[in-house]
Design a protein around this ligand. Sequence first.
Ligand code: NAG
Length: 187
Amino acid sequence: MKALVRSLLLALLLLALLLATSPPPAQSFEFPAQNIADLIEQTCRLTPFYDLCLSSLRSDPQSGAADVRGLARIMAGSVLAGASRTLDSIQELLSRAPDPESEQPLAYCAELYIPVVKYSLPQAIDALDKGQLGFAEYGLSDAGKEAEECEKNFSGHGGSPVTEGNELVRDLVGVALAIIKILQKTF
Ligand SMILES: *[C@@H]1O[C@H](CO)[C@@H](O)[C@H](O)[C@H]1NC(C)=O
């Protein structure tokens, strides 16, 4: 009888050990993942361009584990990526020897975008990393303003060949600024 009790106890102990060391059931992984998806969606709902916000944030694998501050940082990175691509296409159009009519505004746009890509946005990202939200806002707003300035400069020159890039930068800036607004309200 004693031997039976002992082997029962041993079996229980082994079972307890097994339960303690086995990974938790898959279901408990879904819950935090869903919360993270909710954070991205909730954040994007507070911005002027929900779909653009969602696709920009989700294209970065780090967004899954990010808090709102991390999401702001990722959006600022998207603005920089968008501005760099727009500057690339401006320079690519310029290199194809355009007619003098469109060369002037293109050259002007390059002048506007170079400091945005080199200074304003990298500084805004740096400011976000340091929690200097006002300074980050300033750099991002500047990027939006230069994009609009570039777009406007084509009026009377047969239309802008870089509308898509300018509008993307402007909209991404709108999203990034809205996320910074959330941070300013929470902290
Ligand atoms: C484009 O920019 C140049 C340089 O600042 C300016 O002289 C010109 O008036 C602008 N043109 C338009 C249509 O905004």
